[in-house]
Design a protein around this ligand. Structure first.
Ligand code: ADP
Length: 257
């Protein structure tokens, strides 16, 4: 629990930092753009001067668009919890999955026909699955098989460390390089990546873990060096009543200044 708290605080801090920087940059860029617009109007209409000013303006506009994206990232995501038919969701996102794998691996689906709906945010869940598929692909530079599987089970509060009830385990497995003990331990830590500069952000698994926990479930990782990895999202089955009442999910920890 201490580790979870630490992680939640880190994510919160990162969000605040990003948001703060983006906000200040945005203001600066607005001032730059405003001054450039005034210069454009007041300077003599020399074509070479104008094209220089246009270049500067375009650069500032691109910078402003970037800070907008950073602001969107830092804003706390409001999760839209719903009862989700996993089989339909996974099948429906294959046109997203296939191009991401792009023939680099074979994809197998193992989805039972009668699966009870689970509780989560469908849009975020798609992003989560896509993250896992991309990780699986990256772990198999020489190809292999990615299996997306879903199965229902009864949680044992002691063994599974989950509230009693029905769950669906949604897992993405690969036959790739696997993780060593240190990587496995740090895999869900924000910004931890072994992929190198410009290739990995180290935010994928921490996002997936955050989503599953906010959905009242958990994330588990099974990995063996040289054999492969299975990342599983354990998601609560939506009971009838819950479909009409918002479920209680742990609130993200707020950091005070
Ligand atoms: P990123 O993919 O940007 O590195 P993640 O948080 O998704 O960030 O993953 C963190 C690290 O965990 C990866 O850099 C990699 O070392 C390891 N990892 C994640 N998924 C797998 C996998 N399927 N097989 C092997 N290693 C993995």
């Amino acid at each position: 629990a201490r580790e979870e708290l630490f992680q939640a605080q880190k994510m919160e801090a990162i969000g605040q930092l990003t948001g703060g920087i983006a906000h200040d940059f945005n203001n600066l860029l607005m001032a730059v753009m405003g001054s450039l617009e005034i210069l454009k109007k007041r300077l003599p209409k020399d074509p070479s001067l104008m094209s220089l000013l246009d270049n500067a303006l375009q650069g500032a506009e691109r910078g402003a668009a970037l800070t907008q994206r950073m602001l969107a990232f830092s804003r706390r995501q409001d999760l839209n919890m719903q009862a989700i038919e996993l089989t339909a969701l996974i099948k429906g996102m294959m046109d997203l999955v296939n191009p991401s794998v792009n023939g680099a691996a074979e994809i197998t689906l193992s989805l039972p026909e009668h699966l009870p709906p689970v509780i989560s945010d469908p849009v975020q869940l798609e992003t989560a699955v896509l993250n896992l598929v991309v990780n699986a692909r990256d772990a198999m530079p020489n190809g292999g098989t990615i299996t997306i599987r879903a199965e229902e089970y009864d949680a044992d509060p002691v063994a599974d460390k989950l509230a009693v009830g029905r769950y669906v385990r949604l897992s993405v497995s690969d036959t790739g390089e696997g993780m060593d003990a240190e990587t496995l331990e740090r895999a869900t830590t924000p910004f931890f990546t072994t992929k190198g500069v410009g290739k990995g952000t180290g935010l994928g698994l921490s996002m997936v873990q955050g989503l599953t926990e906010q959905s009242g479930g958990k994330l588990t990782i099974d990995s063996r060096k040289g054999k492969g990895t299975t990342v599983s999202l354990h998601l609560r089955v939506a009971e009838g009543a819950e479909l009409h009442h918002p479920i209680e999910v742990p609130q993200p920890i707020a950091m005070t200044e």
